[in-house]
Ligand binder design. Sequence first.
Ligand SMILES: Nc1nc2c(c(=O)[nH]1)N[C@H]1C(S)=C(S)[C@@H](COP(=O)(O)OP(=O)(O)OC[C@H]3O[C@@H](n4cnc5c(=O)[nH]c(N)nc54)[C@H](O)[C@@H]3O)O[C@H]1N2
Ligand SMILES: Nc1nc2c(c(=O)[nH]1)N[C@H]1C(S)=C(S)[C@@H](COP(=O)(O)OP(=O)(O)OC[C@H]3O[C@@H](n4cnc5c(=O)[nH]c(N)nc54)[C@H](O)[C@@H]3O)O[C@H]1N2
Ligand code: SF4
Ligand SMILES: [Mo]
Length: 731
Amino acid sequence: MQNTVTPTHCPYCALQCGMNLTPAPDGTVEVSERADFPVNRGALCGKGRTAPAVLSSSVRLTSPLVRSEGGSLVPASWEEALGRIAGRLGRTRAEFGADAVGVFGGGGLTNEKAYSLGKFARVVLGTSQIDYNGRFCMSSAAAAGGRAFGLDRGLPFPLEDIPKTGCVILVGSNPAETMPPSLRYFTELKENGGTLIVVDPRRTRTAEQADLHLAPRPGTDLALALGLLHLIVAEGRTDEAYIQERTTGWEETRAAAMAHWPEYVERITGVSVPQLREAVRLFCEPEAAMVLTARGPEQQSKGTDTVGAWINLCLATGRAGRPLSGYGCLTGQGNGQGGREHGQKADQLPGYRKLTDPAARAHVAAVWGVDPDSLPGPGRSAYELLDALGTDIRALLLMGSNPVVSAPRAAHIEERIRSLDFLAVCDVVLSETAALADVVLPVTQWAEETGTTTNLEGRVLLRRRAITPPAGVRSDLEVMHELAARLGGEGGGLEKGFPVDPEEVFEELRRASAGGPADYSGITYRRLAEENGVFWPCPAPAAGPGPLHAAGPEAGALDTVSDGPERAGEPRTGTGVHPGTPRLFLDRFATEDGRARFVPVSHRAIAEEPDAEYPVLLTTGRVVAQYQSGAQTRRVDELNAAAPGPFVELHPRLAERLGVADGDPVAVVSRRGRAVAPGRITTAIRPDTVFMPFHWAGEGRANTLTNPALDPISRMPEFKACAVRVEAARP
Ligand SMILES: Nc1nc2c(c(=O)[nH]1)N[C@H]1C(S)=C(S)[C@@H](COP(=O)(O)OP(=O)(O)OC[C@H]3O[C@@H](n4cnc5c(=O)[nH]c(N)nc54)[C@H](O)[C@@H]3O)O[C@H]1N2
Ligand SMILES: Nc1nc2c(c(=O)[nH]1)N[C@H]1C(S)=C(S)[C@@H](COP(=O)(O)OP(=O)(O)OC[C@H]3O[C@@H](n4cnc5c(=O)[nH]c(N)nc54)[C@H](O)[C@@H]3O)O[C@H]1N2
Ligand code: SF4
Ligand SMILES: [Mo]
């Protein structure tokens, strides 16, 4: 039947590269270049190119599994598996109350799934205990963006603006490995005469492209940004007219920055004063400039304030809410943006509404056909939720995450998961977490189902079904539908609120998001197909533009366009159709008074400074050929050949002191545990720091070591800095 080319998007990261899929006669599917999608213009990284390998029945789940009396997972019918889940969740709720049932979601889930999961938790289970892995991802940037601009959308402008600005500071971001096709935006920036500054404790492949590489000690980005702001003030490089017109709170922020003398900042960060001065010059001289952060500065126990400090730098120099200037966060997961907007977060309702806002509750409750008072309040954040498993949370439904590998202090979290009365996991493969479940449900994947994602630019996209899923698997939406039917209780009929057709779910999401900060009400599947994506906010005509949407139409036109019948983002005058909003804040910020808010911040130490016993800093991150917990990519031969296992990156000076040669097993020990992996000796890392990628389970699991110290606002754990001891691992 579907023997044609289907234009769709990659299942992995937030770039959401466009690709074409063609089913082959042998049941596999071929990936080919899809040049009409502007973000990647046909380019793909190795993960995207090899993504169909995970569709193969040889590596994935094709039957539900249930825990047998003997303790092993055995195949079962859908009827039995769904019945067990509904029975156990229902019984837990009856016995211990609704909050004894937890739900954990993922930023890789489509908007439709994320929306339904949030609704399922509140309406079917009645639990407040829902959060998701995006909390471990960009939550600090989201909190800081919300605080300063009144709205969090990762990038307030499309990627195509990057080559046209004058200078970009990339803070703790390694797109050469984490979003390879996006690298061309930075090379084009340089070709156009702009400059690139990279802030990273390691000289990464991205840092190698930089005009200036600053290599601070992990966890000191806050001090670094304050030092730069100090110099900007001292050198008279602030934009006083902009500060007057478009911001509030400058005096306190200025005072806080003035307390951070460059020499003091040099001592904290290890970045020299001349380098600080050079960064200020490169950033301030051109007419426009950008700061982009990723997980480096964000995954810290002061991530929100750290991002806030970089935003302050943009505001003080008039580099936000102006053409080709601004602060942005490079979000990570496939639906890292949309997944944080529609209610799988502990404190949130669809449309990026707040669960504590009575008007938001009333609006969403009306769409859901329930009493606003029946909606629970905010629950716990991801780490706190996982930490409570087996205590007051007795049963968990998990969809789209593999915390046994990816959560901080993972040995402890694994132990918490094992102590649950009941765990149900929906996944495409038997991940390390699914392997601990009482019931595993095998679900359909990207190429087998339709749904929307929202990429790192805020561009809502349509992923299309290209092939027929194998017999035995069902979609996450079907799972929620079936569980709602079984958990409905007396009256029953709850499943009507959980359609299995993604477009039907999206139609409801549109209504639920209408009038909210992330307004999707003017977006339809048809438009997404025709226009190759639409940027939110995009209100329906009837709703009329709110204050936030004023920047829409005039900011709409994009240079790179789809080949659809309508040009992306072009106002369709006369039709009353909102064109979507590629560029935010050009007229006003999304705060009540339209001004951006400076938030004064001060340097503070990481939660666990090195000492005599644990003298080295550990930081963690990614390699190009593996994705996240590796659940998917570790099942692809080509990727395993490129990145076969964990390693410990360390400086030759440290290696010499330990007496280890390249490739020797190295033990890294923290207060949480011990991990062992081959050493990789390189001068590309600071001598006081070691680096481990977090993609693997077992002995080399980086998260055995990481510190779950949480940011007080975003509740982000400190993945990027903890104290360790490093030693040669003698067999
Ligand atoms: N290949 C691949 N690509 C991915 C993913 C993947 O798993 N694999 N995951 C996707 C997801 S969900 C995300 S969130 C993104 C993440 O994308 P990135 O943020 O680019 O990835 P990371 O490697 O986590 O961190 C970036 C850099 O931060 C540096 N760093 C460490 N500590 C500090 C610090 O204290 N300060 C500063 N300034 N830098 C520091 C690290 O050395 C690293 O080079 O990637 C997405 N793309
Ligand atoms: N030390 C350290 N730890 C980190 C980080 C770090 O930088 N350092 N980064 C953090 C970040 S930014 C992130 S985003 C997290 C990510 O960590 P995880 O949340 O573990 O992310 P994934 O490995 O992508 O897990 C997704 C799971 O869902 C499955 N899946 C994929 N698609 C679907 C679907 O449509 N439905 C269902 N039901 N399942 C699906 C996959 O097979 C996989 O098992 O890790 C965090 N952990
Ligand atoms: S960069 Fe991201 S979206 Fe693009 S092909 Fe690679 S993993 Fe997929
Ligand atoms: Mo992420």
